[in-house]
Write a protein that binds this ligand. Structure first.
Ligand code: GLA
Length: 735
C-alpha cells in the first residue's frame, strides 16, 4: 500500500520505494505540507513550529492564536490575498472584483487506475496505479481545488496536478493556476535550472536561492523553449552527482511555463510551478473546471545521478507510448545538412544508395519537399508534394527508397503557415494575429491558431492523406519559431487569455488523433532542434531532435545537460560533416560517432561524399551501435566528470550490472599532463569485469574507487569507448 491515511489526525502519507510525501489537514482545516524527502517512518508534523512573528497575521478563525499564520506555515497549495505573502498557487478574479483565494480542506478520495488529465498528456500508469485526491474549498469564492497525487513507487516518483472548479453561481476568472506548490521549511537550498538558446539548449546552472528573494525560470513563447526547460532540481548545498538529497520538478507541458523558487523571511523555500500566469486568464462558468498539467516529482538521497535515473526509467516506461518502449530504432540518415533545400529524387536516391551500403536503415527527407519550397520563404501549410522539384511523387520516391532496404521518413512543420502559401491565401484568419496590428514574423512564417477545430481538422486531413499516400514510417515534427500575437478570432473578448493554452491543447489534440490513426509511424519532435524538449512532447514523440547544433564538442554539453531529466533514448543525435556547419570545427569521425551514440544514433551528411576510410569507420560505428543498443537505450546512465574541465565522460550500466560501456571525449589535450583516473559508477563492487580493449580484469570496487586511467590522448578532440563485461568470474578468475 503506497498511500496511508491517518483518519484521526487527517494525515496523508504517500510512499515510494525510498521516499515519503506527507501532508496534513490541521485544526483550522488548512492543508499543511509536512514532508517530501527520504522515508522516515514518522509523522513529520512534529517539525511544524509556530512562532508569533511580527507582520504575520492570523486567519480570522484563529485570531487568538498569534503564532498561527498562513504566512509562515508550509502550505500544500497556497491561496492568494489572505495572509500568505509568498507566491500564490492560484489567483482568481471573482464577480465582485475580489482576487482572494482562501483554501480549506474539504475531504479526500482514494484513486485507483491512472487517468490522463483531460486534454493533456500525462504519465501513463495502469489500472493498478494508486492515487489520492484531496479536495480544497474556497467557500466565499465558490472555488474547489482537486489535488491529484499518483504514486509510481518503483521509480520514486509522485505525479501531481490540480483541477480547479467553479462551484459558485457567477463566472470566475483564473489568472494563475499552478500545478504545484511545495514548501521546504528550514535549510538553505540551491536550484539547478536548464537555460540556453537556439543551438545551445539545456545548459545546467546551479544557483543559491536568495534569502528573501525569488528566482523565476520561465517561457512566454508558447513553447517550452530553448531558453528555459520546464524542469528544475532543488538540491541541498552539499549534494553532488554521487550523494546528497535533491528533488526534481518536471512540468509535463510544452507551452508557457513558470517555475518560481523563493526563500521567505524564515528561511523556508517555496517552489511553485505550472502554466505561466502572465497572459493567462481563464474563464470558469459555474460548473466549469480547469485542469493543470502534471508535474513529475522525484526525490533522491543518493545524488543527482540517481535522481536522473528515476526520471529516465519513468520516462522510458510511463511517458513514452508503449509501442516505442525499448523499441529498436533505425539508424537514420537525414537530408537536412546533406542537401538543405537542394535536392531531387535522383540526388536523394544517390544518398540513399550509399547510406544503405554503409548499413543505415532509414532516409529522412527533411524540409523542402512540398508546395514551392526551395528556401524558407514559402509554402508552410501547403502539405502536398512538389513533384516538379522531386521528379516523381512521394509514393514513388518512398517505394524506391524501400527497394534499397531503407525505411522512409518525412519532415513537417504542422503548426506554421507561410504568408506566401495557398493555405494562407485561402484562410488568412487561421493565423494568429491581434486586431489592428501586423503580426510578428519569424523565419518569414506565421503561427496557426491551433486552438481552432477547423485548423486541427485541416492538418489532420492533410497529414493523413500524405501518410496514407506513401510508405512513411517516421515523421519529423518541427516548430521553428516562438509564438506571438496570441489572439484568437475564435474566442470572445473575455476569453482571449485562454488562447495560449488552447493553442497547446489543440496541438496535443492533433498529435493524439494522428498517433491514434497511425500508431506505426514514429514521430520525432523538433523545434529548431531542442526548443520543445519536454515530457509533454515525449508523450507523443518517443524522441526529440536535441539541438540544431550538431558539433560533437558542443553536443557534449547539450546532451549532458539534457541527461539530467531526459533519458538518452529520447535524444536525437547525429554524426554530421566536418567542418561542422554551425561552428566550423573539425572533430574526428570516431569522436562524432561516440557522441552521437549517446543518443538516438543517426547521420546528417551525404555518405556518398565520404572517403573509403571514412566509410569503413561509419560501418564500424553502426556495428558498434547495434551491438550496444540494448545497453545504451535501456541501461542506467551516469555522468562521471562533475569536476573536470578537459574531458567529458559518461557510462551506461545494464540493469543486471553485467555490462557497462564507458565513453570519454577530450575537449582539451594537454602536454605533460597529470595521470587522471575516471572513477566509474553503478557497477557491482563484488563482480569482476573484463575490460575488452586491454584484457584487464578488475573488480567493480576497483573500477569505482580506483577508476580507470584516462586514455593517453593526443590531437584534437579524441574520444574512446571502453566496454566492460563481467559477472561470471571472481577476481582470481576462478569462475
Ligand atoms: C529546424 C530543424 C532542422 C531542420 C530545419 C528545416 O531548424 O531543427 O533540423 O529540419 O528546421 O527547416
Amino acid at each position: 500500500m503506497s498511500i496511508r491515511i491517518g483518519e484521526q489526525e487527517r494525515l496523508f502519507s504517500l510512499e515510494t520505494e525510498h521516499t515519503l510525501y506527507q501532508m496534513k489537514a490541521d485544526e483550522t482545516d488548512v492543508l499543511l505540507h509536512l514532508w517530501y524527502g527520504p522515508r522516515t517512518g514518522a509523522d513529520m508534523g512534529y517539525r511544524i513550529r509556530t512562532v508569533n512573528r511580527g507582520f504575520c497575521g492570523n486567519p480570522y478563525e484563529a485570531q487568538e492564536r498569534l503564532d498561527y499564520s498562513l504566512d509562515t506555515l508550509p502550505q500544500e497549495y497556497s491561496g492568494n490575498g489572505v495572509g500568505d505573502y509568498r507566491s500564490a498557487a492560484v489567483q482568481a478574479e471573482h464577480r465582485s472584483g475580489s482576487m482572494s483565494v482562501d483554501w480549506r480542506y474539504a475531504g479526500y478520495r482514494l484513486l485507483k487506475g491512472k487517468e490522463k488529465p483531460a486534454g493533456l498528456p500525462g504519465v501513463r500508469g495502469n489500472a493498478d496505479t494508486e492515487g489520492l485526491e484531496i479536495i480544497l474549498e474556497d467557500k466565499a469564492g465558490g472555488l474547489a481545488a482537486y489535488l491529484a497525487y499518483w504514486v509510481f513507487a518503483e521509480y520514486d516518483v509522485i505525479v501531481r496536478s490540480a483541477r480547479i472548479e467553479n462551484r459558485g453561481e457567477a463566472a470566475v476568472f483564473l489568472t494563475k493556476a499552478a500545478s504545484l506548490c511545495m514548501d521546504f521549511p528550514y535549510g538553505r537550498q540551491e536550484v539547478i535550472h536548464f537555460h540556453g538558446r537556439h543551438a545551445m539548449e539545456r545548459i545546467p546552472e546551479r544557483v543559491p536561492v536568495p534569502a528573501g528573494g525569488r528566482l523565476a525560470f520561465e517561457s512566454r513563447r508558447d513553447m517550452s523553449s530553448h531558453q528555459s526547460n520546464p524542469f528544475i532540481i532543488l538540491t541541498e548545498p552539499d549534494t553532488t552527482e554521487r550523494r546528497g538529497i535533491c528533488r526534481g520538478f518536471m512540468l509535463m507541458y510544452s507551452g508557457n511555463h513558470l517555475e518560481e523558487v523563493s526563500a521567505d523571511q524564515t528561511g523556508s523555500t517555496r517552489v511553485v510551478c505550472g502554466i505561466h500566469p502572465e497572459g493567462f486568464r481563464w474563464k470558469l462558468e459555474p460548473g466549469d473546471s480547469f485542469q493543470t498539467p502534471e508535474v513529475i516529482l522525484s526525490c533522491s538521497e543518493a545524488g543527482l545521478n540517481a535522481l536522473s535515473r528515476n526520471y529516465h526509467r519513468l520516462i522510458r516506461s510511463e511517458v513514452i507510448a508503449p509501442r516505442w518502449r525499448g523499441a529498436k530504432k533505425p539508424v537514420l540518415v537525414n537530408s537536412w545538412e546533406a542537401c538543405y533545400f537542394d535536392f531531387d529524387a535522383e540526388k536523394l536516391m544517390k544518398l540513399a544508395r550509399s547510406a544503405a551500403e554503409l548499413g543505415m536503415e532509414m532516409l529522412v527527407l527533411d524540409d523542402g519537399w512540398f508546395g514551392k519550397r526551395d528556401d524558407d520563404t514559402t509554402s508552410l501549410g501547403d502539405w502536398d508534394c512538389n513533384e516538379k522539384k522531386l521528379g516523381c511523387s512521394l509514393g514513388e520516391l518512398s517505394e524506391r527508397i524501400h527497394s534499397l532496404g531503407l525505411r522512409f521518413g518525412l519532415w513537417f512543420e504542422p503548426e506554421m503557415v507561410s504568408p506566401d502559401s495557398d493555405l494562407y491565401r485561402a484562410h488568412p484568419d487561421w493565423a494568429l494575429a491581434d486586431p489592428g496590428r501586423y503580426p510578428m514574423v519569424a523565419r518569414r512564417q506565421l503561427v496557426l491558431d491551433m486552438g481552432r477545430k477547423e485548423v486541427q481538422d485541416y492538418l489532420f486531413d492533410t497529414l493523413s492523406t500524405i501518410l496514407k499516400g506513401a510508405r512513411i514510417e517516421y515523421v519529423k515534427w518541427d516548430f521553428n519559431r516562438s509564438v506571438a500575437n496570441v489572439w484568437s478570432r475564435a474566442l470572445p473578448e473575455d476569453r482571449q487569455g485562454e488562447a495560449a493554452h488552447r493553442f497547446m491543447l489543440g496541438t496535443y489534440r492533433l498529435l493524439e488523433r494522428l498517433t491514434e490513426a497511425f500508431p506505426e509511424v514514429m514521430i520525432e519532435g523538433c523545434s529548431g532542434g531542442g526548443g520543445r524538449f519536454d515530457a509533454g512532447m515525449l508523450y507523443y514523440c518517443p524522441q526529440i531532435w536535441c539541438s540544431d547544433n550538431t558539433d560533437a564538442v558542443e553536443r557534449l554539453e547539450i546532451q549532458r545537460g539534457t541527461s539530467y531529466g531526459y533519458p538518452p533514448c529520447t535524444m536525437g543525435a547525429h554524426v554530421s560533416a566536418c567542418p561542422n556547419h554551425q561552428t566550423g570545427r573539425t572533430v574526428p569521425l570516431e569522436t562524432r560517432g561516440i557522441v552521437a551514440q549517446a543518443g538516438t544514433f543517426g547521420y546528417e551528411l551525404d555518405p556518398s561524399r565520404m572517403t573509403e576510410a571514412e566509410k569503413k569507420t561509419v560501418k564500424e560505428q553502426i556495428a558498434a551501435f547495434h551491438r550496444h543498443e540494448k545497453l545504451t537505450t535501456g541501461g542506467d546512465w551516469y555522468r562521471l566528470d562533475e569536476t573536470e574541465e578537459d574531458w567529458t565522460s559518461w557510462m551506461v550500466v545494464s540493469p543486471d550490472r553485467n555490462e557497462a560501456l564507458v565513453s570519454v571525449a577530450a575537449t582539451h589535450v594537454r602536454a605533460n599532463g597529470s595521470f587522471p583516473f575516471i572513477r566509474l559508477q553503478g557497477l557491482d563492487p563484488e563482480k569482476v569485469y573484463l575490460r575488452e580493449d586491454t584484457g584487464e580484469r578488475l573488480t567493480g570496487a576497483a573500477l569505482m574507487y580506483g577508476g580507470i586511467p584516462l586514455p593517453q590522448f593526443a590531437g584534437d578532440y579524441p574520444a574512446k569507448q571502453i566496454y566492460l563485461s563481467g559477472g561470471q568470474e571472481d577476481a582470481a578468475g576462478e569462475g
